[in-house]
Design a protein around this ligand. Sequence first.
Ligand code: ADP
Length: 162
Amino acid sequence: MRIYVYPGSFDPVTNGHIDIIDRAAKQCDKLIVAVLVNSKKKPVFTIEERVELLKCALAGRPNIEIDSFTGLTVDYLKRKNASVIIRGLRAVSDFENEFQMAILNKQLSPDIETIFMMTSLNYLYLSSSVVRELAANNGNIDGLVPDCIKDRVIEKLRSLKK
Ligand code: ADP
């Protein structure tokens, strides 16, 4: 059974992430979307909220699981018997960081591959931080995040601004 893991902050999940998730899920038997706890970034949504938003956004997809983890991604993959880390690439600016992480993970665990998927054109400029910025400032986030999480994202960002 081919188990892949898509790790990330998902603060919050966007339609750019969903696009990568749907495409990656076709390449494996099970895709685990895993929220990374403890990244260097200071998240706006708690880990429980981010998992909850992912669950809502991905409900009904049969071979997708949602989880969260702490520690090294390669250790998490081993615990889950997974073989591949999925990452998305947008602009050249993503490249250096992703390259560094992929090399590091390869050194830590040579059996684990990182597979990169290029963004779809529509999501080239979409990031969680763009969504947060718009939601906090009365901008329209229609089409940028899954419909079922839209209101919760707006509510949270506006409440933080008060
Ligand atoms: P991280 O903090 O690990 O970068 P993110 O939630 O920001 O977590 O992103 C997770 C992964 O999804 C990263 O590989 C990122 O490059 C990718 N990604 C984010 N937004 C998009 C998008 N619009 N199109 C394609 N990939 C994306």
